[in-house]
Design a protein around this ligand. Structure first.
Ligand SMILES: Cc1cc2nc3c(=O)[nH]c(=O)nc-3n(C[C@H](O)[C@H](O)[C@H](O)COP(=O)(O)OP(=O)(O)OC[C@H]3O[C@@H](n4cnc5c(N)ncnc54)[C@H](O)[C@@H]3O)c2cc1C
Length: 547
C-alpha cells in the first residue's frame, strides 16, 4: 500500500517522487517507470552523443501519422523510455521562455499559480544558476540543476564575433540573461550540462527512500464507484494499491499520459467505446490539443573553412569545447503585428488588437546557428562532416496548429496514434515564412552574411530561394524540411483535463504532472518549465493531501 503512486519515472515523475520523499519522509512513495535505469548506458553521460540514443532501447521511436501539411510524411519523434525520461536523451538546452506565455496560461485557467510570477519560485528552486552575480529575483543559486552559458564554460568559438554581428543585423539587442522572462534578443545559449556531462533527473533529484520499479509498465488507474482512485494495475495484471486518501500522479509524458487515462476509462466516450473500454469519466479533451514546436534546418557552405570554423575540421578544437553544444547564441524575436494579425484573421475571422498572440509583443521565433551539420539525410542531402559547412535553425514558438493522441489498441505497450497536425494554420505558415525570410535576409543581403557563407546547400530538386521568394516556394521547402523540436505538450491540458491543482476533472485522488498539462505553447524548451511545474506540483500535493 502506498501514499503516492507515480506513473512514469521520467523528468517530472522523478522530481515529484524525490521532493515528496525529501519533504515528507514518512510517506510511502512508489515510482513506476516503463524503461530501464540508464546508469552505465552508453552515450547517456555525454550529451554531445544524444543523437546516438535515437532509435536505441531508450527511445520509444515514435512515428506520427502521415502529416498532411508536411507532404504527407510520417515524422520520427524521439521519446525517452528510461528512468529520468527526457533528461536522459535531450540536448540540454535550458530555456525558460517568455513571461507573457505563462501569464496568458494563468489568465486562461484563472489561476495565478501558473503565471510567470507564480512559477518563478519553482524555476528558482530547480536551478543552480551559473552566474552568482545574476539577479536573485530571477534566479536560484542552490537548486539541483546546474546551468551554464557558453561564456561561463570558457568556450570561445572562432565564429563567435562574426555570428553576433550577423544576428545583430536583425536589429535585436544583445541581451545577457536568456532566462529572466524577457528573452527577446540575442543571448548566449544556456544549457544544463555540468562540466560537459549530462545531468539526469534521478542524479539531481535522488530517489533513495522511494520504491522505484523500472521496466514496469502501468496499464491503468483503478477507481471505485465514487471515482476515487484506489491504485494502479500493471500490464502483468498485478495491482499496487493506495492507502486511503492517497494519490496517483500520472507523469507518463504528453504521449503516454492520455493513453493511461483512456485505458482507465477517462476520455472521450465514443473513442473508449470503440475500444470496448468501460467509461469512468467522459472527458473528451483527453489526448486532444497536442501542440509541438516545428523547426527547419538550413545548411550553408562557409566561405573560409580553412580557418577551422566548424566540427569536422581538425582545427576546430578548444580547451572547453566539450562543455556544451557547438552553438554560441540563441536569437528570439517578435514579428510585425499587422501581417500577423491578418494571418490570424484568415484562420479565425476578425480579431482585436489585444488578441493574446499580438500583445506583448510575444516571442514568435527562435533561431540559432550550429557550427556543425546534422540531420541532413532528412532533406535528402549528403554533406560531409568536414568543417566546411554549418547549420541554421528556426522554430515557430507559439504555433496554433493542434493535433491529437488517440488509442491504437488497448495494449499499453502499443504506441498511441500521434497526429501533431503540424503546420496546419495560416498563422503558423506566416510565422515560419517570417523565420525563413529573416534568415535569408541576414545571410544573402548583408555584408556579414556574404562574407561568412559561400552558398546554401539546397535539397535535391529545390532551387536556392532569394529574399524575393514567394510564399508558395517557401512553404514547399518548409513542408519538405519541417521537423519536431521534441516538445509535445498539451494533451492533458490544464483547464480541460486537469484543474489548477493538476487534479483530473471528475475524479478523486488522481493528478497529472508532466508536459501534457501545458495548455498552450510556450516560447521555451520544455525541460525548464517541466522541472518548475513538477516542483510546484509537490507543494500543491503536500498542501492539499498531506499537510
Ligand atoms: C530528443 C529530445 C531532445 C530534447 N531536447 C531538449 C532540450 O534541449 N531542452 C529542453 O528544454 N527540452 C528538450 N526536450 C524536451 C524535454 O526533455 C521534455 O519536455 C521533458 O522530458 C518532458 O518531461 P515529462 O516528464 O513530461 O515526460 P518524460 O520525461 O518523457 O517522461 C515520461 C516517462 O513516463 C514513462 N512512461 C510512459 N508510459 C508509462 C507507463 N504506462 N508506465 C510506466 N511508465 C511510463 C516513460 O517511459 C518516460 O520515462 C527534448 C526531448 C527529446 C525527446
Amino acid at each position: 500500500m502506498a501514499d503516492v503512486i507515480i506513473v512514469g519515472g521520467g523528468l517530472a515523475g522523478t522530481v515529484v517522487a524525490s521532493r515528496l520523499h525529501q519533504r515528507k519522509p514518512a510517506l510511502t512513495i512508489v515510482l513506476i517507470e516503463a524503461g530501464p535505469d540508464p546508469t552505465g548506458h552508453a552515450h547517456v553521460d555525454n550529451p554531445a552523443e544524444a543523437s546516438l540514443l535515437h532509435f536505441s532501447d531508450l527511445d520509444y521511436q515514435y512515428f506520427t501519422t502521415p502529416q498532411q501539411n508536411l507532404d504527407g510524411k510520417s515524422k520520427y519523434n524521439c521519446g525517452a523510455k528510461s528512468l529520468g525520461g527526457g533528461s536522459v536523451i535531450n540536448n540540454g538546452g535550458w530555456i525558460r521562455g517568455d513571461a507573457h506565455d505563462y501569464d496568458d496560461w494563468a489568465r486562461d485557467v484563472g489561476d495565478a499559480r501558473w503565471s510567470y510570477e507564480g512559477l518563478l519560485p519553482y524555476f528558482k528552486r530547480s536551478e543552480k544558476h551559473f552566474d552568482s552575480g545574476a539577479e536573485p529575483l530571477q534566479h536560484g543559486f542552490d537548486g539541483p540543476v546546474h546551468t551554464a552559458s557558453v561564456s561561463s564554460t570558457g568556450r570561445r568559438y572562432p565564429l563567435r564575433d562574426t555570428t553576433l554581428n550577423l544576428w545583430s543585423q536583425l536589429d535585436l539587442p544583445h541581451i545577457h540573461d536568456l532566462n529572466d522572462g524577457r528573452p527577446q534578443g540575442i543571448s548566449d545559449l544556456v544549457e544544463n550540462w555540468r562540466d560537459g556531462k549530462r545531468q539526469i533527473a534521478p542524479s539531481m533529484y535522488p530517489l533513495e527512500g522511494v520504491r522505484v520499479l523500472t521496466e514496469t509498465l502501468v496499464r491503468r488507474v483503478i477507481m471505485d464507484e465514487k471515482k476515487t482512485t484506489t491504485g494502479v494495475e500493471l500490464d502483468t495484471g498485478e495491482t499496487i494499491n493506495l492507502k486511503e486518501g492517497g494519490q496517483v500522479v500520472i507523469s507518463a509524458g504528453a504521449y503516454r499520459t492520455p493513453q493511461v487515462l483512456m485505458l482507465s476509462g477517462i476520455g472521450d466516450a465514443t473513442q473508449l467505446s470503440q475500444h470496448g473500454i468501460p467509461l469512468t469519466v467522459d472527458l473528451p479533451h483527453v489526448g486532444q490539443n497536442l501542440h509541438d514546436h516545428l523547426m527547419v534546418h538550413r545548411y550553408w557552405k562557409l566561405r573560409h573553412p580553412e580557418k577551422g570554423l566548424a566540427i569536422g575540421s581538425p582545427l576546430f578544437s578548444g580547451p572547453n569545447y566539450g562543455k556544451g553544444g557547438p552553438i554560441d547564441f540563441l536569437v528570439r524575436a517578435p514579428i510585425p503585428a499587422e501581417p500577423l494579425k491578418a494571418a490570424i484573421e484568415r484562420d479565425d475571422g476578425p480579431v482585436s488588437d489585444d488578441h493574446p498572440l499580438l500583445n506583448g509583443p510575444r516571442t514568435h521565433l527562435e533561431m540559432l546557428l550550429l557550427y556543425v551539420v546534422f540531420g541532413t539525410e532528412d532533406q535528402g542531402l549528403t554533406i560531409p562532416l568536414d568543417g566546411r559547412s554549418v547549420t541554421t535553425m528556426f522554430m515557430g514558438c507559439l504555433p496554433t496548429s493542434r493535433g491529437s493522441v488517440t488509442l491504437a489498441s488497448t495494449d499499453p505497450a502499443d504506441h498511441p496514434v500521434i497526429d501533431p497536425n503540424y503546420y496546419a494554420t495560416e498563422m503558423d505558415r506566416h510565422v515560419m515564412r517570417e523565420g525563413w525570410r529573416m534568415q535569408s535576409r541576414v545571410i544573402f543581403e548583408t555584408q556579414e552574411g556574404r562574407e561568412m557563407f559561400e552558398r546554401e546547400h539546397t535539397p535535391p530538386g529545390f532551387p536556392v530561394l532569394g529574399t524575393d521568394a514567394s510564399d508558395e516556394q517557401i512553404d514547399a521547402r518548409i513542408r519538405m524540411a519541417g521537423s519536431t523540436v521534441y516538445h509535445p505538450a498539451g494533451t492533458s491540458a490544464m483547464g480541460s483535463v486537469v484543474d489548477g491543482s493538476l487534479r483530473v476533472f471528475g475524479t478523486q485522488g488522481l493528478r497529472v504532472v508532466d508536459a501534457g498539462v501545458i495548455p498552450k505553447p510556450l516560447a521555451a524548451h520544455y525541460q525548464a518549465p517541466v522541472y518548475a511545474i513538477a516542483e510546484q506540483a509537490v507543494d500543491i500535493i503536500l498542501d492539499e493531501c498531506f499537510p
